[in-house]
Write a protein that binds this ligand. Structure first.
Ligand code: ATP
Ligand code: MN
Ligand code: MN
Length: 310
């Protein structure tokens, strides 16, 4: 971006009405992506990203010194933060109440960028019904050495199993090493039900194909396998938001893709801010998926699926 080459690190710009300081600071030195570019990315994707990220607890990965400096995973706002990043009091397991954050507007996304945020991590539930998740996520984490073809095959296997129990899903390349298989939910079941379902589903797959999958966090068991991380589906857990930038070399973006598109992709980190215009000109594949409830029928279908050998 030519404008910033001439710009001092500490210059100030306005993007979408939000003041961005140190606008020329290189956040991704390898990709030449500045703090202003980060804010511009969020301005560009705001409308679509907010359909997923608005009005729910959000944690921010902040890189005040860019990719090469220290990073901070932040669940609570700090003093002097923009008012577009709103407080959301949530009762913790121990009964105490903590202020989490949520955003409801493009200004909130850009306000977070002004605070040095690069990644937005979201809860699976919204603030008006915090105890009833509207999404379920299987985060596929391949061990080193596996190739993307293995990850794609695993995604298809999850998709088939989810279809078998009546849950349509959609993949999102994480911008990192893996793919998230996302199931949009009707907000009928509690976290407990959704977590129990997720754990059972991942465990059944891992028991069926112990050579390929693990469903526990144990690093030792992960050798040469894909960890089906179902632990994103607990109250308080987060997963990367669709259209979030990632704090990884090259400034990749987490992008929902169609199943047909996934089959043709050769990496989970191939999308960048420069690809957003063409993606935004088409409907989001994740938005096309009909939300379903984790109902008694789904649970019964899971038992049948577990008993089968497919
Ligand atoms: P990849 O495809 O490379 O795995 P990912 O986003 O799935 O990318 P994971 O390491 O699998 O990365 O992340 C698991 C989740 O844990 C993240 O999506 C995030 O929401 C959460 N997380 C990340 N960093 C922290 C942290 N420091 N503290 C708590 N939770 C975190
Ligand atoms: Mn992952
Ligand atoms: Mn994970």
């Amino acid at each position: 971006s030519g404008a910033e080459d001439a710009m001092d690190d500490d210059s100030e710009v306005k993007i979408g009405g939000v003041r961005i300081s140190s606008a020329g600071r290189k956040v991704f030195p390898d990709a030449g992506v500045t703090k202003a570019d980060v804010a511009r990315h969020y301005e560009a994707v705001a409308e679509r990203m907010l359909t997923y990220a608005a009005d729910r607890p959000v944690s921010l990965l902040r890189l005040p010194e860019g990719l090469e400096g220290q990073t901070f995973f932040q669940k609570h706002a700090g003093k002097g933060w923009p008012s577009s990043i709103k407080p959301l009091p949530i009762e913790e397991k121990d009964g105490s109440t903590e202020d989490y954050m949520y955003v409801a507007s493009a200004a909130g996304l850009m306000g977070a960028a002004q605070m040095g945020s690069v990644e937005f991590h979201i809860w699976g539930s919204k603030r008006d019904k915090l105890d009833k998740p509207d999404r379920l996520v299987f985060d596929l984490d391949p061990d080193e050495g596996l190739d993307f073809g293995d990850v794609k095959a695993a995604c298809e296997e999850l998709r088939a199993g989810l279809d078998a129990v009546g849950l349509p899903s959609s993949p999102m390349v994480s911008g990192g090493k893996g793919v998230h298989v996302i199931v949009p939910l009707r907000r009928t079941a509690t976290w407990e039900t959704v977590k129990t379902f997720s754990r059972a589903f991942a465990t059944i797959l891992a028991e069926r194909h112990p050579d390929r999958y693990v469903a526990t966090m144990s690093k030792a068991k992960r050798k040469g396998r894909i960890f089906i991380d179902w632990l994103r589906n607990e109250r308080g857990s987060t997963a990367i938001a669709p259209y979030s930038l990632r704090a990884r070399p090259g400034a990749p973006v987490a992008v929902p893709v169609s199943w047909e598109e996934l089959a043709r992709l050769d990496a989970p980190n191939g999308f960048h801010p420069s690809d957003m215009e063409s993606r935004l000109s088409r409907p989001c594949p994740l938005a096309e998926v009909q939300p379903k409830g984790i109902t008694a029928e789904v649970v019964a279908a899971l038992e049948d699926w577990a008993a089968g050998d497919a």
